[in-house]
Each structure stands twice: as structure tokens, then as C-alpha cells.
Write a protein that binds this ligand. Structure first.
Ligand code: ZN
Length: 247
């Protein structure tokens, strides 16, 4: 079974379509590490698509918030405005579906999906010190996570934790990670809808457990259309602007 692993789609239809097009024919099932909605202008199209096409998805903090399960005091003003806008947009069916999304970790074959960290679904794994604390809690040698919108992740080999790092030099669109069976991995496919690693292209992972090959991918998409929809919806300008810089 070959997997397309996505995370942090954040209601960005254009980025999602570009990723699906570029990965076409190269996977059998789609997995998602959460945050389908929040920030972007297309929550219902993304959810209608996810309900039909995603094999397994764990909930993210924005999914919980947009389904009315969170106190928004903890969100920054921009995220709060986007959440309230999304709550007003979601169809009843989609809102109910999001509310029932499972909390990670979710098991797939011999690996798992989580949103934030193995310790807590809302915790951010940003640096090596965060990852060093998380590795002892992994239940499988490979765990996919999201939440930070930073493509890459961490590996634990011979008692040493290191960042998988910026997975590719600028302009390159693919990097291979050959999984070593003696190491453990926390892999972040990166964000589809709002990358924050300085590369505005949508990011995702293709993974085939049968050969242990994992590909980090980047793909350009129609950022202008996604921005125009955000502006037309009356969402905060910052949400449109940041798509172009990938921050
Ligand atoms: Zn997110």
C-alpha cells in the first residue's frame, strides 16, 4: 500500500488540488495529520473532499475550534477571526463530521498519525530538544505529525536525535528519505495550505512501507486565487499575504 500523507490543509482548495494532481497515480490511500480547516476560504469544499477521499485523519486544534469544541481565548486574534468565520460557513453535516474526528495517535499498518506530539495533540515539535523529549513516547518507530507547518521532522539513531532538516534545497521539488530499520522517525509532511518554512509551495509526503522509501515533495500552486478568495471572504489580510512568503 502506497500512502499520500498530508497535513494542515487549512481550507486551501488550490494548494490541495495542486498536491493531488502532482501525486496522481503514485499512491493508493490518503492520510491526514489534521487541521483540515481554519485560515483559508474553502472549508466546505475541503471537507466534502476529505469525507470522500481520505482514508484516515486525526483531528487538529483548528478542527476542534472550527467545530465549536474550543474556548477561543487561546487563539491569536487572526486565528480567532478565521475560526469564527469558518464556524459560520460550515454546513451542519461537515461541522458534525469534524466534531467526530478521532484524536491521535491513529495506527496505520506499523506506523501512526498524530497532530502535535506523542505527548499531547496540541504540543509543537519544532526543535531537536522538543523531539528528544518526544521520542521515548513513540509507540511505533515511525510517526507522522503536523501542527508546526514545517516540512521535515526528526530521526533518532544510536541515541542521537537530529533534525531531518530542510529536506531539499530551494527549487528542488523532491527529497528521498531511506528509512533505516534501526532508527525511529518523527516525520512532518509539511503543510498543504499554509507552509511556514519560507517556501510557499504546498508540501506533502509519499510513503511506501513495503520498501521504506519516503519522499518529501513540494509543489507550486495558484496562490493568487487562494489569496483572492481569502480577501473576498473578508478574512484578515495577513492570511492572504503570508501564503506568498510561506511564513
Ligand atoms: Zn495547522
Amino acid at each position: 500500500m502506497r500512502y499520500l500523507v498530508l497535513s494542515d490543509i487549512h481550507s486551501n482548495w488550490e494548494a490541495l488540488q495542486a498536491a493531488l494532481d502532482s501525486a496522481k497515480g503514485q499512491y493508493d490511500r490518503i492520510l491526514c495529520c489534521g487541521d483540515l480547516v481554519g485560515y483559508g476560504a474553502d472549508p466546505n469544499p475541503v471537507l466534502d473532499w476529505a469525507r470522500e477521499n481520505v482514508h484516515l485523519v486525526v483531528r487538529g486544534n483548528h478542527d476542534r475550534a472550527c467545530a465549536g469544541m474550543e474556548n477561543l481565548e487561546w487563539f491569536n486574534p487572526v486565528a480567532r477571526l478565521a475560526t469564527i468565520w469558518t464556524q459560520g460557513e460550515l454546513t451542519q453535516e461537515n461541522s458534525r463530521w469534524v466534531r467526530n474526528l478521532p484524536k491521535g495517535p491513529l495506527a496505520v499498518e506499523k506506523f501512526q498519525l498524530i497532530h502535535g506530539s506523542p505527548l499531547h495533540e496540541d504540543e509543537y515539535l519544532v526543535g531537536v530538544s522538543d523531539a528528544s523529549q518526544a521520542f521515548p513516547y513513540l509507540e511505533t518507530p515511525l510517526v507522522f505529525f503536523g501542527h508546526t507547518h514545517l516540512q521535515g521532522g526528526f530521526m533518532w539513531c544510536r541515541q542521537n536525535v537530529q533534525a531531518i532538516g530542510k529536506p531539499h534545497p530551494p527549487r528542488q521539488s523532491q527529497m528521498l528519505l531511506d528509512l533505516d530499520p534501526d532508527c525511529a522517525y518523527l516525520v512532518n509532511p509539511g503543510s498543504i495550505g499554509q507552509p511556514r518554512d519560507g517556501d510557499s509551495r504546498a508540501s506533502y509526503v509519499l510513503f511506501d512501507p513495503s520498501d521504506g522509501f519516503l519522499f518529501y515533495r513540494r509543489v507550486s500552486y495558484d496562490i493568487e486565487t487562494a489569496q483572492r478568495k481569502i480577501r473576498n471572504a473578508g478574512l484578515p489580510e495577513l492570511l492572504a499575504k503570508r501564503l506568498a512568503v510561506g511564513r
